[in-house]
Design a protein around this ligand. Structure first.
Ligand code: NAG
Ligand code: NAG
Ligand code: NAG
Ligand code: NAG
Ligand code: NAG
Length: 339
């Protein structure tokens, strides 16, 4: 049986409920096809009752495990890799049965040092915040009691650690911070996260590849203003980041805008003082009103090179990129079609 990934995921602590769709199933769970004909004609955001989905939902629980925050597919084995608080799991994709459970907790010293800095016992655990299958490896990062750490493990055996590296600028310290990361086809890690203990320094940071490490300008609200990162994608020549942040264009009050940001993967950074900073960073606002699904309005907001075309107009020149971005936008934000 072919399984078309976990298309919708509900986290019901302390259990992981997965909605698994089977291609062989003839039933339409969501009546989506109409979106093909009329992608922006929907008046309301489609909703489906949980009871209607029950036949497709599988439940997974494990004693002591919760915060099942990260999921990654291992399509070659039809397995699902799950990152939870202090645990990693491998599950069968067909029936969500447990294949392997591996504990990944912070050690006693790290937990004690975390608590001595005023953090609670709850905060001083290892929360998995990055989990990416890349070839035969799974790359993962955890908050590790406010001492972020990353490791590479064998995809078919999560107990086999191949490499362990520092997780700073790849994973947040605080499990509450919303971060995202993607590994490019060139093997570079693009992480969007806060990169300091206090959580005041957000960045889109590249590391691990052959190019120089680069970041967004530090403490510059025009680049990033208290962002919440949602998702990251490697598409063609670019890395894309979906986020919401406080709008700097609003001088009074606090307004949150949804955005897409982009960097060129071949960026080698600026010169002199800016040598560790992106020169190709751009972002645009998404017009993503709910309910319904409206066209994305590109607002030109482009630093540090204001003479460029708006991001989304550029994207439109690449049909493939456009449809991928539209799919991503729709999946992550529930709306936002680029026409
Ligand atoms: C999954 O488990 C949770 C908690 O144990 C329960 O509340 C929920 O109803 C279960 N869902 C299904 C579909 O069995
Ligand atoms: C789950 O599926 C695997 C293979 O896909 C099978 O070996 C196993 O017996 C199944 N487990 C249950 C509980 O159905
Ligand atoms: C998985 O890796 C661990 C640690 O290297 C090893 O002890 C164990 O035998 C491996 N399990 C399998 C099934 O290969
Ligand atoms: C992260 O996102 C969630 C849900 O979108 C939100 O409730 C939470 O406040 C965010 N965390 C931070 C630190 O802003
Ligand atoms: C967002 O789209 C709606 C509907 O097309 C439009 O009325 C609104 O003006 C747009 N907002 C911005 C900021 O462009």
């Amino acid at each position: 049986m072919v399984v078309l990934g976990p298309l919708a995921i509900t986290l019901l602590p302390p259990s992981l409920a997965l909605l698994v769709f089977h291609l062989s199933s003839s039933q339409d769970v969501f009546s989506e096809p109409s979106s093909e004909q009329q992608p922006c004609g929907l008046r309301e955001h489609p909703t489906v009752a949980f009871a209607d989905l029950k036949p497709w939902v599988s439940n997974f629980t494990y004693p002591g495990a919760r915060d099942f925050s990260q999921l990654a597919l291992d399509p070659s084995r039809n397995q699902l890799i799950v990152g939870a608080r202090n645990y990693l799991f491998r599950l069968s994709l067909a029936n969500v049965s447990l294949l392997q459970a591996t504990e990944w907790a912070s050690n006693e010293d790290t937990r004690r040092s975390c608590q001595s800095k005023g953090k609670t016992e709850e905060e001083c655990q290892n929360y998995v915040r990055v989990l990416i299958v890349a070839g035969r490896k799974v790359f993962m990062c955890g908050t590790n009691a406010f001492s972020p750490v990353c490791s590479s493990r064998q995809v078919g055996n999560l107990s086999r650690t191949m490499e362990k590296i520092n997780g700073v600028a790849r994973c947040p310290y605080d499990p509450r911070h919303n971060s995202t990361a993607v590994i490019s086809s060139q093997g570079e890690l693009y992480a969007a996260t806060v990169i300091d203990f206090s959580g005041r320094d957000p960045a889109i940071y590249r590391s691990l590849g052959s190019g120089p490490p680069l970041r967004t300008a530090q403490y510059n609200s025009k680049w990033l203003n208290e962002p919440n990162f949602v998702a990251a994608y490697d598409i063609g020549l670019f890395a894309y980041f979906f986020l919401r942040e406080n709008a700097v264009e609003h001088d009074c009050g606090r307004t949150v805008y949804s955005r897409v940001a982009r960097v060129c993967k071949n960026d080698v950074g600026g010169r002199f003082l800016l040598e560790d900073t992106w020169t190709t960073f751009m972002k645009a606002r998404l017009n993503c009103s709910r309910p319904g699904c409206l066209p994305v309005a590109a607002q030109k907001s482009c630093w540090p090179r204001p003479a460029r075309e708006p991001l989304l107009e550029e994207v439109q020149e690449h049909t493939q990129t456009q449809s991928q971005l539209a799919t991503a936008t729709k999946r992550m934000l529930g709306c936002g079609i680029i026409n």
